[in-house]
Design a protein around this ligand. Structure first.
Ligand code: AMP
Ligand code: ZN
Length: 462
C-alpha cells in the first residue's frame, strides 16, 4: 500500500519496521460527551486503513488512547457534579457502543491517560534532566521549544513564527493554542482550585499532566521510540503532534513515527464540525432521523481522506440507494454461484481495480466506484469465475468494513410469467419493439411489471 506522509509530503510505500507487524498509533477521543461524526470520519478512515493492510495479508498492532484527563473533561465533570472517573467512564462506554455500530475494529490496546500517570511523570523527569523542560514558579513544568531545533517541521512553522516563539518567551498553559501564539508548552500543570479533586503528587508538587504529554508517554509504553505510523485529524498536526514529536524525540531518542497520516476534516455547512461550535451531528442524531450506522459509514468513506467532506443529510439518502444497489448485485452474483465453491486461488477478478484504489493512497471513493463497475463485469461471468468475483467483492467489503442491507428475497415469479418475459426479452433484443410493447401490456394485465435494464430485466408485482 502507498500512503501520503504529511511529514515528508510524499506518497510512501508502507512496510513494517520490524518486518512482520505494522505498528501504529491513533490519537483517541476526548471523552467529555458523545463523539460527533466528524470525529468518526477520522476513526472510520483509520479503521479502513487497518482493514486494508490486514486484507492484504499484513499483521497490525493498533494503539488508540482515551483522553480521560484534560482541561475539558475536568471542566465538564465538575459542571455535571460527577467524579472524573464516573464522567469519563460513561462517555467512554458510549464511544465504544458507537464504534461497534459503525463497524470499527477495537484497537489492540486502548490505554487511558489516568492509568498512566507514573509513566508521564517519568517522561517529564527525563525531559527536565536533559535540559528540554523546566519547572516554573506555579509548580507547572514547560517544554522549552528552543531546546529542540527541529520543532515545527511537521506543521511547517515558518521562521517568523519560530522566531516569535523563541523571543517572546511566553508559555502556553492551556492545551490548545494557535500558531501565532507559539510558545513553550505545558507538560505538567500545577494544581489549581478549579481542578477540584483531580490532582496527583509529582516531584514538582501536586498537579496533572498536559494533554500532549499523555500521548507521548503512552506511545513510549506500547510502541517504544520507533514505530510505523501515527495518525489523527488534521487539526491535531499543530500543536498536538508537533509537541508529541518534540517530547518523544527528546525523551526517548529514536525517530518516533516513520509515517504521519492526517485525515481532513468533515465540514458542516462549509465550516468545521466541532463540539465547541455546537454544529455537530452524533450517530444518535442521525439514527433518530431514520438512517443506519452503516449508511453513515458509507458517507464517511465516500470522499477521499485528503479532501474535505461537506456533510449533508442528502448524502445519507444517496448512501442508502448506493448500498441497496451493491446488495442487489451481491445477491444476484451469489444466486448464480449457488452454494460454497472451493477456490484454489484468490484474486479480485473484476474487482481488481477497486482493490488497487484502496492500496493507492486509500482511495475509498475510487474503491466504491470500482465495486459498481466490477459488478457489471461480474454479471457476465459464470461458474468458478463468478465464484471468484463474489469472493473478491466480499473481501473488499470487509476491507471497507461495510455490511450491506439484507433485503426481502424478490417475489416468486410463476413459470408462465417468466416464459412470457423471456419471449418479450428476446423480441426486445431483436428490436421488435411492437411485439415487446404488446407483451409488456400482457404482463401488466397478468399483474407483473417488467423493467428493462442493460443486461437483463426485473419482474415486480404491480
Ligand atoms: P477529540 O475527541 O476532539 O480529541 O478528537 C478525536 C479525533 O477526531 C481527532 O483525531 C481529531 O482530529 C478528529 N476530529 C475532530 N473534529 C473532526 C472533524 N470535524 N472531522 C474529522 N476529524 C475530526
Ligand atoms: Zn495524541
Amino acid at each position: 500500500m502507498r500512503l501520503y506522509d504529511t511529514l515528508d509530503r510524499e506518497l510512501k510505500e508502507l512496510r513494517p519496521l520490524d518486518g512482520t507487524t505494522y505498528r501504529f498509533y491513533c490519537c483517541g477521543p476526548t471523552v467529555y460527551g458523545p463523539a460527533h461524526i466528524g470525529n468518526f470520519r477520522t476513526f472510520v478512515l483509520q479503521d479502513v486503513f487497518r482493514r486494508t493492510l490486514e486484507t492484504g495479508g499484513m499483521r497490525t498492532f493498533h494503539v488508540r488512547n482515551i483522553t480521560d484527563v484534560d482541561d475539558k473533561t475536568i471542566r465538564d465533570s465538575q459542571a455535571a457534579g460527577q467524579s472524573l472517573t464516573d464522567f469519563t467512564g460513561q462517555w467512554t462506554a458510549k464511544f465504544h457502543a458507537d464504534c461497534e455500530e459503525l463497524g470499527l475494529q477495537p484497537p489492540h490496546v486502548e490505554p487511558g491517560a489516568v492509568e498512566h500517570i507514573p509513566q508521564q511523570i517519568a517522561m517529564i523527569a527525563t525531559l527536565v534532566e536533559k535540559g528540554n523542560a523546566y519547572a516554573s514558579e506555579d509548580g507547572s513544568v514547560y517544554f522549552k521549544i528552543a531546546s529542540y531545533p527541529e520543532y515545527g517541521r511537521l506543521s511547517r512553522l515558518d521562521t517568523r513564527e519560530l522566531e516569535l516563539g523563541r523571543t517572546q518567551n511566553e508559555r502556553a498553559n492551556s492545551d490548545e493554542y494557535e500558531k501565532d501564539s507559539l510558545s513553550d508548552f505545558v507538560l505538567w500543570k500545577g494544581r489549581k482550585p478549579e481542578d477540584g479533586d483531580n490532582y496527583w503528587p509529582s516531584p514538582w508538587g501536586e498537579g496533572r499532566p498536559g494533554w500532549h504529554l499523555e500521548c507521548s508517554a503512552m506511545i513510549a509504553e506500547y510502541l517504544g521510540s520507533d514505530f510505523d505510523l501515527h495518525g489523527g485529524g488534521e487539526d491535531l498536526m499543530f500543536p498536538h503532534h508537533e509537541n508529541e514529536i518534540a517530547q518523544s524525540k527528546c525523551a526517548c531518542g529514536g525517530h518516533f513515527a516513520k509515517h504521519w497520516f492526517h485525515a481532513t476534516h468533515l465540514l458542516v455547512d462549509g465550516g468545521k464540525m466541532a463540539k465547541s461550535k455546537n454544529n455537530f451531528y452524533t450517530l444518535d442524531d442521525l439514527k433518530a432521523k431514520g438512517f443506519t450506522a452503516m449508511e453513515v459509514r458509507y458517507v464517511l468513506i465516500g470522499a477521499h481522506y485528503h479532501k474535505q467532506l461537506n456533510f449533508t443529510l442528502d448524502s445519507l439518502a444517496g448512501a442508502r440507494e448506493a448500498m441497496a444497489k451493491l446488495a442487489k448485485g451481491q445477491r444476484s452474483l451469489a444466486a448464480k454461484v449457488g452454494g460454497e465453491v472451493q477456490l484454489t486461488s484468490v484474486d479480485f477478478g473484476p474487482f481488481q481495480e477497486a482493490w488497487d484504489s484502496l492500496n493507492d493512497n486509500l482511495n475509498t471513493p475510487g474503491c466504491l466506484g470500482g465495486l459498481f463497475t466490477g459488478l457489471r463485469e461480474a454479471a457476465k461471468l459464470e461458474g468458478v469465475e463468478a465464484a471468484k468475483a463474489l469472493a473478491g467483492f466480499n473481501r473488499i467489503l470487509r476491507a471497507l468494513g461495510l455490511t450491506l442491507p439484507e433485503e426481502e428475497p424478490e417475489a416468486e415469479v410463476p413459470a408462465e410469467i417468466r416464459a412470457i418475459a423471456e419471449e418479450r426479452w428476446a423480441a426486445r433484443t431483436a428490436k421488435d419493439w411492437a411485439k415487446a410493447d404488446v407483451m409488456r401490456q400482457q404482463l401488466t394485465g397478468l399483474g407483473w411489471n417488467m423493467k428493462d435494464g442493460k443486461e437483463g430485466y426485473e419482474l415486480t408485482p404491480v
